[in-house]
Design a protein around this ligand. Structure first.
Ligand code: UD1
Length: 388
């Protein structure tokens, strides 16, 4: 079996790390049964969005980097396809493994299936039922052309069944992102990011973390402003730390929303270590640059509450038992609401503030979802080994 593992954007790196390791472990017992190579499409390319994750998670350097960079959806997808087709023709893999729901996922899956290469989709079947999200389109299409579908929660199996995917292709294995979290938790504990931000001991567990990058939240000025108004109101009760995604930074600049934030830590967070010791701002949202995996996990693990529109962070907070407020109208990960700490708040001011006070007064408790036990990647490799 020869597998090309594909990564492109930040959340992909976290998922592939445990899969690569599990395949390596399998190969150490059964040498050369699964030949794996790693292709990075280059959808994310920044130091903070890409390289730091390879370092933190000890992911091997990609064998091939397609270096597509940023552009419109059509251009980016087409460019990945054109470049990835050449790789497949050169490498002649039996399988292409894609993870998640980003443009790189659908682009490479589509190339592979048209060349007669089997497609493996990890994190299949999640559905927000909101087709205005680019990720929802990527998910539906990738699942429709995949040959082996690995799911992370049982709702995904039901979705795939309803869409007519034959049950023998679907395997409920658990969550590879949570494998990585368990694996890295101890190392993340040693991060000095709280010192860098100036979070004193007495503030630990008394701050909130915010992440925001969905087009539906940050691409429209009025929507974005309304969210920021809510968070500025909340910040008076609890300081908020905001690692800013590059897409979001662009719109902050474009719409001139800089005044909602304090930028002191943004430009040289590590250099400020000594200077910022009197704590973090309560009046404004504390902007910081996007963090690597270990620093972010440490920041998250010590937070009192998390506000986010990310998919993965809804899952991570559920495992960490940290109250989460999702600034979206829906989630493709309903287990984080039914079992976990997640509240779906939408993006209106009153609802975000209401959800905050609800979590503050009655924080949601968590129950670990089935098979989120750190062994999902091992299960994947066990199933793949049947195809060798
Ligand atoms: C992508 C995924 C999204 C995922 C997110 C995680 C799609 C459709 N979206 O969204 O599902 O949650 O990644 O981060 O695939 N940029 C940089 N440096 C980088 C990467 C991006 O500056 O390393 C800037 C570029 O200006 C780019 C913008 O961010 O135009 C958006 O990047 P893009 O990959 O198009 O989508 P994301 O919003 O990151």
């Amino acid at each position: 079996m020869k597998v090309i593992n594909v990564v492109g954007a930040r959340p992909n790196f976290v998922k592939i790390a445990s899969i690569i390791r599990a395949i390596d472990k399998y190969n150490s017992i059964y040498p050369n049964r699964i030949d794996q190579i790693l292709v990075h499409t280059g959808q994310h390319y920044d130091e903070n969005m890409s390289r730091l994750f390879f370092l933190d998670l000890a992911i091997p350097k990609p064998d091939i980097n397609l270096e597509v960079g940023s552009s419109s959806h059509a251009e980016q997808t087409a460019e990945i396809m054109t470049r990835f087709e050449k790789v497949c023709l050169n490498e002649n893999p039996t399988h292409v493994l894609v993870v998640g729901d980003v443009n790189s996922t659908i682009a490479c899956a589509l190339v592979a299936t048209k060349l007669g290469i089997k497609v493996i989709h990890v994190e299949a079947g999640l559905r927000s039922f909101d087709r205005s999200m680019p990720e929802e389109i990527n998910r539906i299409l990738t699942d429709a052309i995949s040959d082996i579908l690995f799911t992370s929660e049982e709702s995904a199996n039901a979705n795939l069944n309803r869409e007519g995917i034959s049950p023998e292709k679907i395997f409920f294995v658990g969550n590879v992102m949570i494998d990585t979290l368990f694996e890295q938790r101890e190392k993340a504990n040693k991060s000095n990011i709280l010192d860098c931000i100036g979070i004193k001991k007495e503030v630990i567990s008394k701050y909130g973390v915010l992440t925001l990058h969905r087009p539906a939240n940050v691409d429209d000025k009025e929507v974005f402003k309304e969210i920021l108004e809510a968070l500025k109101f909340i910040a008076v009760n609890i300081p908020i730390i905001f690692p800013i995604h590059p897409r979001t930074l662009q719109t902050i600049n474009m719409y001139d929303l800089k005044d909602y934030f304090t930028w002191e830590l943004f430009n040289d967070i590590y250099a400020h270590k000594e200077a910022i010791t009197d704590g973090i701002s309560n009046d404004l949202i504390n902007a910081i640059p996007p963090l690597g995996y270990l620093d972010f996990l440490h920041l998250l693990s010590n937070a009192a509450i998390v506000f986010t529109d990310s998919g993965g962070i809804q899952e991570e907070t559920t495992v960490l038992g940290i109250p989460c407020i999702t600034i979206r109208d829906n989630t493709e990960r309903p287990i984080t609401v039914s079992n976990g700490t997640n509240i779906i708040a939408g993006n209106r001011r009153e609802n975000i503030i209401g959800s905050f006070f609800s979590q503050l007064n009655h924080p949601k408790k968590t129950q670990l979802p089935p098979l989120w036990d750190g062994k999902a990647a091992e299960r994947i490799v066990e199933i793949l080994s049947r195809y060798t």
